[in-house]
Write a protein that binds this ligand. Structure first.
Ligand SMILES: Cc1cc2nc3c(=O)[nH]c(=O)nc-3n(C[C@H](O)[C@H](O)[C@H](O)COP(=O)(O)OP(=O)(O)OC[C@H]3O[C@@H](n4cnc5c(N)ncnc54)[C@H](O)[C@@H]3O)c2cc1C
Length: 442
């Protein structure tokens, strides 16, 4: 078989949002680059689909509009007018469970002190926080919150919140890296509460989606940069030589000066020779998540609670980690007389559920959804999507990973590592990290 040989200045590995935004910002520097993606589509975790009148998101549903890099990216692809902002109630109302029913999370301090989620003793415990000594060394999210705020806050507020973002286990997660803002407030001011009061109060960032789903953004970037992107591209190995790096794929050999990896940790582990980094990358825990979508006629849904959705905690003993009230967040995602819900299952807490056969799992989660939202007729639409290696965890071994990456980059000039498994997991973090990286290095 003929193996072509090509030369590029830069090769970006992976065409998820990190790889595509890196490619976008690099294209503005007129660099000669190529993006290699193993799948036949771009977007990675971002995966929007139009089905039976619904617009569904298999992966991320909302993105924080909290940095200039996102704004620049959306404007560069003429998508600013396609931004969908959530309904006001979805911005303010989030639920947890109390006695098997939806319970609104407090939206201000008055509601906090009135909330049935905590006992009076647990509420008053908050006043002790400024007097508790700061941590001398890193600890788990669970221990950090328990020490500073008590068990009540951990279970009623932090556990569901961590479930919502990481689907993780608070006993294993690193406080320093997962609760970065709280950790830094404690370290700097000796108290999270004091730190949060003293730190500049920023206006709460908005969240958004796009009129045709988030894939509209990744597809637009891919369309514009199509000649720089190779899909279905399986990388065999990466080697260093005197001039830079040689990437061997099934069909070609690419020599380049710079490599920017945006691959998941487990994928990058195949291509690095550095044993310490390889082990650290293999050790990054990725939790599985199963995502179900259900559509119903509005007339069949009796629970009218408006808001973003509901998150569960371990003691609720539910199959679902979270339920998003999609059509109560964004009206354009469902036909006018219909409702769309997303049910997320699995994570660190319920690994076993992701192994259950699809039809059975679907009926288990549907039963819970119908009971909670008081739905009295079968769904008119359903969809199931699996992320076997969905969400990376920032666990207690996280610092060794950061050190190994730093050490590898020092020993392998121009081999750069980006990704959602360190320094921020969200789509907005991914875009701003890509932009900052290109502005600093090119
Ligand atoms: C179910 C779910 C819900 C989420 N919800 C939200 C949310 O609401 N808001 C939010 O901000 N974030 C959310 N996230 C997180 C966010 O989606 C991700 O962190 C972000 O999309 C990661 O993008 P990435 O490009 O870094 O990685 P990925 O999307 O994983 O992209 C990596 C790319 O590399 C490719 N690849 C892998 N191996 C190879 C190889 N050997 N060679 C070439 N290419 C390879 C993959 O196919 C993929 O395209 C969610 C994630 C999941 C899974």
């Amino acid at each position: 078989m003929y193996i072509a040989s090509i030369k590029k200045n830069t090769v970006i590995l992976g065409a998820g949002i990190t790889g595509l935004s890196t490619a976008h910002y690099l294209s503005l520097k007129n660099d000669d680059f190529l993006v290699l993606e193993k799948n036949n589509i771009v977007g990675g975790n971002i995966s929007s689909e139009k089905k039976e009148g619904f617009i569904i998101e298999n992966g991320p549903n909302t993105v924080l509009l909290n940095n200039d890099s996102i704004v620049k990216l959306i404007k560069a692809y003429d998508l600013w007018d396609n931004i969908s902002l959530p309904k006001e109630s979805a911005e303010s109302n989030r639920y947890v469970l109390l006695n098997n029913k939806l319970q609104l999370l407090p939206r201000n301090s008055l509601e906090f002190f009135k909330s049935p989620l905590l006992s009076l003793k647990e509420k008053l415990r908050l006043f002790k926080e400024p007097f508790i000594k700061k941590h001398k060394k890193n600890t788990s999210v669970a221990d950090f919150i328990k020490k500073r705020f008590g068990e009540g806050i951990l279970h009623q507020f932090v556990e569901p919140f961590v479930t919502g973002i990481y689907s993780g286990n608070t006993n294993n997660m690193s406080a320093k890296h997962t609760l970065k803002i709280l950790w830094e407030a404690e370290q700097e001011y000796g108290s999270v509460i004091k730190g949060m009061i003293k730190k500049e109060r920023k206006a709460k960032a908005k969240i958004f989606n796009l009129s045709n789903g988030l894939s509209q953004l990744t597809n637009a970037i891919a369309h514009q940069l199509h000649s720089n992107i190779q899909l279905d591209c399986l990388i065999k190995k990466i080697e260093k030589n005197d001039n830079g790096y040689i990437i061997e794929t099934v069909n070609e050999t690419i020599s380049c000066q710079n490599i920017i990896s945006t691959l998941p940790a487990h994928a990058l582990a195949h291509y690095v020779n550095d044993k310490t980094l390889k082990n650290c990358l293999e050790d990054v825990e990725y939790v599985s998540v199963d995502v179900f979508h259900f559509g119903f006629y509005k007339r069949d849904v009796n629970n009218q609670s408006q808001g973003f959705g509901v998150l569960s905690k371990a003691s609720d003993k539910k199959k679902f980690l979270g339920i998003l009230f999609n059509s109560r967040i964004f009206s354009h995602v469902a036909p006018k007389d219909q409702e769309l819900f997303t049910v997320i299952v699995g994570g660190s807490r319920q690994k076993h559920l992701c192994k259950i056969e699809s039809v059975k799992l679907k009926s288990l989660v549907l039963e819970e959804l119908m009971e909670l939202m008081e739905i009295n007729n079968e769904p008119i639409f359903s969809n199931h999507y699996k992320y076997p290696k969905g969400i990376p965890q920032y666990n207690l071994n996280h610092q060794s990973l950061l050190d190994a990456i730093q050490n590898f980059e020092n020993n392998n000039p121009n081999f750069h590592i980006l990704g959602n498994y360190f320094n921020g997991i969200s789509v907005s973090d991914s875009i701003s990290k890509a932009d900052n990286f290109i502005q600093t290095n090119f």
